[in-house]
Design a protein around this ligand. Sequence first.
Ligand SMILES: *[C@@H]1O[C@H](CO)[C@@H](O)[C@H](O)[C@H]1NC(C)=O
Ligand SMILES: *[C@@H]1O[C@H](CO)[C@@H](O)[C@H](O)[C@H]1NC(C)=O
Ligand SMILES: *[C@@H]1O[C@H](CO)[C@@H](O)[C@H](O)[C@H]1NC(C)=O
Length: 242
Amino acid sequence: MGTGLLDIIILGAIAAFLVLRLRSVLGKRTGHQGGREYDPFHQEQMRRRQEQARGRGEQGGEPSGEEDKVVHLPDSRGDAGREEAAPDYGDRPGAAGLTRIKLADREFDPDQFVQGARAAFEMIVGAFAQGDAKTLRPLLSDDVYSDFAGAIEQRREAGERLETTLVGIKSADIVDADLRGKTAFVTVKFVSEQVNVTYDEEGRVVDGDPSEVETITDIWTFARNTSSRDPNWSLVATAAPN
Ligand SMILES: *[C@@H]1O[C@H](CO)[C@@H](O)[C@H](O)[C@H]1NC(C)=O
Ligand SMILES: *[C@@H]1O[C@H](CO)[C@@H](O)[C@H](O)[C@H]1NC(C)=O
Ligand SMILES: *[C@@H]1O[C@H](CO)[C@@H](O)[C@H](O)[C@H]1NC(C)=O
């Protein structure tokens, strides 16, 4: 008896539900029913959209269809997250300057920079010894170039020849970094082993010792305009350690 009544109630509820469903589907399909029949579906759709939007806000959401526009938000937020995380250079020398450079130039990477600086060091030391001003020119600022070119010219006038053998770079470390305006400055301390000998016209040694490997420390500052598309750094200052 009780189960029979329950069955009827359940069946009645199902029937009522189906009628409502049918009406809303028909209302949607034929479209001539006006706002009232259509409304429940529309509100349901709105509610789902709101829920989806809330879900996206909380967990990044999944890309699909019309949500494509929104998908860019997590992307750009991800970039911002990288920007915040990347400039954490701890307490390495020049950390604050490196952070400012990184914010101005997101491509900047201190380790890659040091690799490039080592290559530049080898090229510049070699080209200077050979008196190769053409190779030096794009690597040096105007001031440094005029110093180097002047020394090369003096050597030529004196009939001297410089022979530098770069045995190896023992270390190359960033010791300072700064961003002034849009220009990034990074100072590197190079410790290298070189055989550095100057010969006169007759091939006699006038300076240095061909059999001696010297350990030489150079402090070089490189600069780059972070607004420029030119990725190259140039040597803007040289110094000996104090
Ligand atoms: C090599 O020797 C020349 C003079 O002989 C000197 O001007 C130059 O600074 C030296 N280079 C290094 C790296 O010590
Ligand atoms: C840096 O590069 C930008 C874009 O090329 C240029 O407008 C600006 O004058 C440069 N700044 C310096 C200091 O050279
Ligand atoms: C940067 O340096 C490279 C290698 O020296 C050179 O080939 C290139 O032309 C330079 N780029 C610009 C924009 O000067």
